[in-house]
Design a protein around this ligand. Structure first.
Ligand code: HSE
Length: 327
């Protein structure tokens, strides 16, 4: 009997100002949904993608979701056929970990269908491989928080060593997504290959301070530490009115504000939903002035990562993305 499962995986904010490639956190929304169904073909296929504006390949060998599922099945020595339907519920090229959410949702779903032989941490290298395919670099600061939830530090890449960081429960993220697209690959290619020691000193002071602030629930320390002297000065040039948007966030009670992942999304952290709303309005206003529209997301920190929305045996009838709402 064939089985199917529907899974949501969250968007993520990578870098968190001072933690380029080593720190990220998960949001409650937006995110991606996948529907995976076993079959007898022995192949991994993608039968449908919704919400991508036709931009993503349906060819499973070229699509991050398809590739990671195939690699996972090879790894566990299974020739199970799997069909994937992908529902993109977040913008592509937004700096919100879109490819990571698709890869993590698909991996989590296939692992569940196969009886969960691998732990979340064991799924991480497969998700990182998805990032390498999507943007040329196997960074883990989106996939790790998408898989584990919360704030995750990538202490080391070789060997891989990830650490979940406790955080204060009142922390809320405001994220605005200006409606322009920046490819992660491009945003990485403009970065300098070497940095000044004085900048490195400031940056590792801040990342240490941010981690300590999160663990201790010390908002003043978090505020002092949410600064990026290395990446933001370069990448912010790609985001219209970035400086004014950031100033607006800080003037309205944000603990800090910086680029989300490789941009163009901009995130701010604050200590209540009401502050997060004020910050969103102020940030949006600065983009509106220059005629740029934006999506706004306000979310507490996601603690759980991927979520099973429903699963069942699928012999009698098939669930499609279109009739999810009837479920
Ligand atoms: N750390 C990565 C980067 C995240 O900033 O390029 C990409 O979302």
């Amino acid at each position: 009997m064939n089985k199917q499962i529907r899974v949501f995986a969250p968007a993520t904010v990578a870098n968190v100002a001072c933690g380029f490639d080593v720190l990220g956190f998960a949001l409650n929304e937006p995110g991606d949904e996948v529907l995976l169904q076993t079959n007898d073909t022995g192949e991994v296929t993608i039968s449908k993608i919704i919400g991508d504006g036709g931009k993503l390949p349906l060819n499973a060998q070229k699509n991050t979701a398809g590739v990671v599922v195939k690699q996972y099945l090879n790894h566990i020595g299974s020739s199970q056929g799997i069909d994937i339907q992908l529902h993109k519920k977040m913008p592509l090229g937004s700096g919100l970990g879109s490819s990571a959410a698709s890869a993590v949702a698909s991996l989590f779903a296939v692992n569940e269908l196969m009886g969960a032989p691998l732990s979340r941490t064991q799924l991480l290298p497969f998700a990182m491989e998805g990032e390498r395919i999507a943007c040329g670099a196997g960074h883990a600061d989106n996939v790790a928080p998408a898989l584990l939830g919360g704030f995750v530090l990538i202490r080391s890449y070789a060997p891989l060593d990830v650490v979940s960081i406790p955080f204060p429960k009142d922390l809320v993220a405001t994220v605005i997504h200006p409606q322009i697209e920046i490819r992660t690959e491009d945003a990485r290619s403009i970065l300098k290959k070497s940095i000044l020691l004085k900048d490195a000193i400031q940056q590792w002071g801040n990342i240490g301070g941010l981690i300590a602030g999160l663990i201790q629930g010390d908002y003043e320390l978090i505020k002092r530490s949410l600064q990026d002297v290395i990446i933001e000065p370069v990448r912010s040039l790609l985001i219209p009115n970035f400086d004014k948007v950031k100033q607006a966030a800080l003037a309205n009670g944000a603990l800090g504000c910086s680029i989300s992942g490789s941009g163009p999304s901009i995130f701010a952290l604050s200590t209540s939903l009401s502050l997060a709303g004020d910050i969103a309005s102020a940030m949006r206003k600065e983009l509106k002035i220059i005629g740029i529209d934006c999506d706004v997301y306000i979310s507490p920190i996601n603690k759980i990562g991927p979520k099973v929305l429903n699963s069942h045996h699928a012999s009698s009838h098939e669930v499609t993305m279109a009739n999810y709402s009837n479920y």
